[in-house]
Design a protein around this ligand. Structure first.
Ligand code: OGA
Ligand code: NI
Length: 345
C-alpha cells in the first residue's frame, strides 16, 4: 500500500492510543457441556456477556481446530499472491463479493485488504435501497483459481462456523427467556457472508486503523484471529477501548445491530475497531450472520410491553444492507445509514 495516503488518516479523536494496557477484557466462555455443567449456567453466562459487553470469546466451540489452522494458512496463501492475481477476483459495484483493498469505514480508508464470499451462493438482494423499488438482484461468489485448495477450505470452514452461529443464536434466545428456536425462521434465505481480513504492517499505526470504529450490522459475528492482536472493543462500563486478547483455539463472538433491535436493547451491538502495528501483519476471519433480505427487523413482541415499549421502528434488512454497503466504495458526503435512523425517540 506504500506511503500513508491522506485517505487513511483518522481524525485526531479517533486515533488509537498504542500504549499497551492491561485491563479487564471480554469474558471467555467454555461451550462444552459436560455432565457437571448445567445448560442454564451456560445460558446465563452468555446472557451476562451479551448484556455487559456485547462481546465474548468461546472455547470448545465445536469448530475443528485443524480447520481453524487450515483457514489461517489459506488466508495467508491468498493474500501473499501478487496484486495482479488477487485483482482477478476484485469486487466492484456490480458484484460486491471477492477481493477488495480500499474499503472505507466511516468515510476513512481502512489499512487492510479483504476477500468476501457468501455462505449461500447465489443470494438475493434488493437492487436499490429505495423502498418503492422492488427489483431484485442476484449476488454470487467469485473464486480464485489460486491457491488451489482455497475454495474448499473456505467453504468447509464456513459450514462449521455457521453451525456454531445457530447454536449461539439458540443460547442467546434462551438467555432472553425465549424458546431456543425463536430466531430460526429469519435465516432461511440468509445473506450471511464470510470475510478474510489481511492487515499489512503499517508505517504509521498511530494515525490509521485496520478497521475504523464501527458496529456490525448483522445478527451475530464470529471471528477467528491470529496471535498478533489489534481488535479493540469499546467497553460499555466506561467507554475505554479494551483489547481482545488473542486466545489460542478461541473464537470471538459479538452481537450485531439486529440482536440489539430484536432484544429491544437488552443486548447492545458494541463499537469495535482494529489497531495495526508497524511490525507484524495480522489475519482475521469473521463470519457475519445475516438474515434473509425480506426480514423486517423489529423488537420481538414477547419482549415489549407497556413498561418497555418498542425502541425501534421495523426496517427491511435487505434494503438496509444495500444502503449501508454503498459507503464501502466511496467517501460519502453524509453519514451512512445506521439503526439509530429507526430509533423511536
Ligand atoms: C470486521 C471486524 C475484526 C477483526 O471485519 O467487522 O470488526 O479482528 N473485524 O478483524
Ligand atoms: Ni466488525
Amino acid at each position: 500500500m506504500g506511503e500513508v495516503d491522506q485517505a487513511f488518516i483518522q481524525s485526531i479523536e479517533h486515533r488509537p492510543n498504542l500504549d499497551t494496557i492491561e485491563i479487564e477484557g471480554i469474558p471467555l466462555i467454555d461451550l462444552s457441556l459436560s455432565h457437571t455443567t448445567d445448560i442454564n449456567v451456560l445460558v446465563s453466562k452468555i446472557g451476562t456477556a451479551c448484556k455487559n459487553w456485547g462481546f465474548f470469546q468461546v472455547i470448545n466451540h465445536g469448530v475443528p481446530l485443524e480447520l481453524l489452522e487450515k483457514i489461517k494458512v489459506a488466508a495467508k496463501a491468498f493474500f501473499d499472491q501478487t496484486m495482479e492475481e488477487k485483482r482477478k477476483v476484485k469486487r466492484d459495484e456490480v458484484n460486491p463479493m471477492g477481493y477488495y483493498e480500499s474499503e472505507h469505514t466511516k468515510n476513512v480508508r481502512d489499512w487492510k485488504e479483504v476477500f468476501d464470499f457468501l455462505i449461500k451462493d447465489p443470494s438475493f438482494l434488493p437492487a436499490s435501497p429505495e423502498l418503492e423499488d422492488d427489483e431484485m438482484r442476484t449476488l454470487s461468489n467469485q473464486w480464485p483459481e489460486n491457491p488451489p485448495q482455497f475454495r474448499e477450505v473456505c467453504q468447509e470452514y464456513a459450514r462449521e462456523v455457521e453451525k456454531l452461529g445457530y447454536k449461539l443464536l439458540e443460547l442467546i434466545s434462551l438467555s432472553l427467556g425465549l424458546p431456543s428456536n425463536r430466531f430460526n425462521g429469519y435465516f432461511e434465505d440468509q445473506l450471511s457472508r464470510m470475510r478474510l481480513n489481511h492487515y499489512p504492517p503499517c508505517p504509521c499505526p498511530e494515525l490509521a486503523l485496520g478497521v475504523g470504529r464501527h458496529k456490525d450490522a448483522g445478527a451475530l459475528t464470529i471471528v477467528a484471529q491470529d496471535d498478533v492482536g489489534g481488535l479493540q472493543v469499546k467497553r460499555k462500563s466506561d467507554g475505554v477501548w479494551a483489547p481482545v486478547k488473542p486466545t489460542s483455539n478461541a473464537l470471538v463472538i459479538n452481537v450485531g445491530d439486529i440482536v440489539q433491535v430484536w432484544s429491544n436493547e437488552a443486548y447492545e451491538s458494541v463499537e469495535h475497531r482494529v489497531v495495526v502495528n508497524s511490525e507484524r501483519e495480522r489475519f482475521s476471519i469473521p463470519i457475519f450472520i445475516f438474515p434473509s433480505h425480506y426480514v423486517m427487523v423489529k423488537p420481538l413482541e414477547e419482549l415489549v410491553n407497556e413498561g418497555n415499549p418498542p425502541k425501534y421502528k421495523p426496517y427491511n434488512f435487505g434494503k438496509f444492507n444495500v444502503a449501508r454497503n454503498r459507503s464501502n466504495y466511496k467517501k460519502l458526503e453524509v453519514q451512512n445509514i445506521q439503526i439509530s435512523d429507526f430509533k423511536i425517540i
